[in-house]
Each structure stands twice: as C-alpha cells, then as structure tokens.
Design a protein. Structure first.
Ligand SMILES: Nc1nc2c(ncn2[C@@H]2O[C@H](COP(=O)(O)OP(=O)(O)OP(=O)(O)O)[C@@H](O)[C@H]2O)c(=O)[nH]1
Ligand SMILES: [Mg+2]
Length: 328
C-alpha cells in the first residue's frame, strides 16, 4: 500500500533533518508522528518513529539528569493533578501570573522576551496542587520548537491577554495561526470536528493588567465570544486571582474522589485526582490495580443523589464524591 505522505509530514521530516538540537529533533519527530497517515501501509514507519522518539526522549532525559546538557532542560516532568502551560505574546504578563499563583521564581521584566526556558511552579487549589509552566512568548519572528512540544504535552493552556495593549486582538489571531501551523488548536471545549493531525488543548484566556485598563475586558470577552472562557486579573493588585485559581482548576478537567473505610469517616486529607469523565471502575483501578479483580461492590456518596447506595461500575464520578470499596 502506498504511504501517501502528506506535505505536512514531509515538511516535518525536513525540519527533523535540519534540526541542530535534540529539542528541535524531538518537536519535529512529534510532528511527524502526528501527521503521518494512519493506515496499514505506514505501520512500520509509525513504529520506527515511535522507537526514535522514545530513544531521543531517553537521551535528553539522561543528559538532563547527569547535568551535562550545558544549559537548562526544556522538558518539565508533570506533577500534581494537571499541567497547565502559560502561553501568550511577549510582555503579556505570563511570568507575573506564575509568580503570583505559585512558589516559582520566574523572571518578570518590563521589557519583552524576558523568559527563555520553561519555569514550573505548583499552584495550591483547596486540597490539591496544579502545575503551571511559564513559557517564553510565541511570536511570528521566532519561537523555538520545544515551546510547541510543551503545549502539545500539557493538559491545558492559559492564554495571557494584555488588556493594556489595544493591539491584542490582532496579536492573538496571529498566535492562534502560528499554533495552527503546528497542528495545535486552542479551544474552549473539545470539538469532534477537527482533523486527525491536530492536537486540541482546552484553553482559558487570562486577561492581565485589569488595574490598567479594566474597560478593555469587554474587548477580550467579545473576541473570545463562545470560543473561550475569560477571567480578568491584575497581578499588580491581586484582583481576580482567586477567580483565576478556580478557573484554572476547572480548566484542568479533573475530579477529586475521597475514599472511606466501612464504618469510618472519609479520608478528606488526600483526594485521588482523576480525569473528568472517569467512572467508578476507573477509581477502583486508580486506587489499586488488583482491586478490580477482587471487587464485590462500591458504595458511593455525593453525585447524582447517591447516598451510600451501590454504584454501577460505569457511573461517572463527580468532583467531591466519596467511595467505599468492598473486596472479596
Ligand atoms: N500593572 C500591571 N502590570 C503587570 C501586570 N501583569 C504584568 N505586568 C507587568 O508587565 C511587564 C511584563 O510582565 P511579565 O510577566 O514579565 O510578562 P511576560 O509575558 O512573562 O513577558 P515575556 O516573558 O518577555 O514574554 C512587567 O513589568 C510586569 O510587572 C498586571 O496585571 N498589572
Ligand atoms: Mg516571561
């Protein structure tokens, strides 16, 4: 069967061949894997790409661990309930946001292009933590390949909109185009109407500089329409930051489930966090792989008026549910 390689795949392969660093190679390989037509005729090529990708990842990881990279690592190991990358044009307040919401020491500066590598920090939200990753800006002039890899591998995106700059709507259109060229689509809600090469990332617009130009929030809201949710913040006065934390938690698309032993109170110290849409069976598996085989039934408190009744294994759990697992 002919492979029928697409122009996008061929362009990515060319980028791979011309890449000067492992980070660029990694990004090009990921793009090749995303754009290779998925059919029997390309199965061997797909397997080969996966093998190369795994090797390259291992090599960069080893280099990072041994500290021989000669520079910072561009890969951020995911931690916490979800990983959200902070994306935006230069000087839009990305680093300020991460600095205000987490413990990270990231460079904030009154001039553009001040962030060069990813800086992760953990944001507390009630009883869980969400990882925020500060990134360099995305511009038409120059954005390194690894930045796109970071967006692809994250769970979701916070897109910084600078309310103090009236040119932001045009800059944002440009930014969405740059990402689309790399087959990344930012979206409020995941859509089925997207071609198989494209990766979708749920996105929240964080409108910064609320203290400088509050009335321009309307411009951001109008631009976003029903495409994206918007939250306004000032990293200077702190206005809107609590709302922003809640919106970022919702963006992370996780549910917290608590467990309890029969006859005891629920353990509310340490929730299990799972992807939204997970079922009772997923929870059981998550708590312990072996539990599924030994499972007799699960009692559930919380969602859909469950109040200790037996829950069907395919029932979708909600944030805050409590499970009591009975094994044979
Ligand atoms: N008044 C006010 N200033 C802000 C706000 N957010 C960011 N700034 C200022 O805007 C400038 C740029 O902020 P950064 O956080 O460095 O922006 P950035 O998007 O990380 O910039 P690059 O990494 O260069 O792309 C700094 O002088 C910040 O103090 C805000 O909400 N209100
Ligand atoms: Mg920055």
């Amino acid at each position: 069967m002919p492979a029928n390689l697409t122009p996008e795949f061929i362009a990515a392969r060319q980028r791979f061949n011309q890449a000067k660093s492992d980070e660029e190679r990694l990004d090009a390989l990921q793009e090749m894997l995303a754009t290779i037509p998925k059919h029997k005729g390309t199965e061997k090529m797909q397997a080969d790409l996966r093998r190369r990708l795994a090797k390259l990842k291992e090599r960069t990881e080893q280099r990072r661990k041994s500290g021989k990279s000669g520079g910072p690592s561009y890969h951020v190991d995911p931690e916490g309930a979800a990983q959200i990358v902070i994306v935006g044009p230069p000087n839009s307040g990305k680093s300020s946001l991460v600095a205000r919401l987490t413990n990270a020491k990231t460079e904030v500066a009154p001039y553009p292009m001040s962030t060069f590598w990813p800086v992760p920090g953990m944001m507390h939200y009630q009883d869980i933590q969400i990882q925020l990753v500060d990134l360099p800006p995305i511009t038409p002039e120059h954005t390194e390949g690894w930045v796109f890899s970071a967006v692809r591998t994250a769970d979701a995106v916070a897109l910084c909109w600078n309310l103090a700059d009236e040119g932001t709507p045009q800059v944002m259109e440009q930014l969405l185009d740059i990402l689309a060229q790399r087959h990344i689509r930012l979206t409020g809600e995941r859509s089925k109407d997207v071609d198989w090469r494209t990766v979708q990332r749920r996105t929240l617009i964080v409108a910064t500089h609320l203290d400088v130009d509050e009335h321009r929030s309307a411009q951001a809201e109008e631009w976003a329409g029903d495409r994206f949710p918007v939250v306004g913040v000032s990293t200077d006065t702190g206005e809107g930051l609590d709302d922003c934390r809640r919106c970022l938690f919702e963006l992370g698309d996780v549910v917290r489930v608590y467990s309890k032993k029969p006859g005891e109170e629920a353990d509310t110290d340490q929730p299990y966090t799972l992807k939204a849409g997970s079922t009772v069976q997923d929870v059981v598996k998550h708590i312990h792989r072996d539990f599924v085989d030994k499972l007799r039934f699960v009692r559930l408190w919380g969602s859909s008026k469950f109040d200790g009744q037996h829950a069907p294994l395919d029932h979708q759990v909600q944030d805050g549910d409590i499970v009591e697992i009975h094994l044979s």
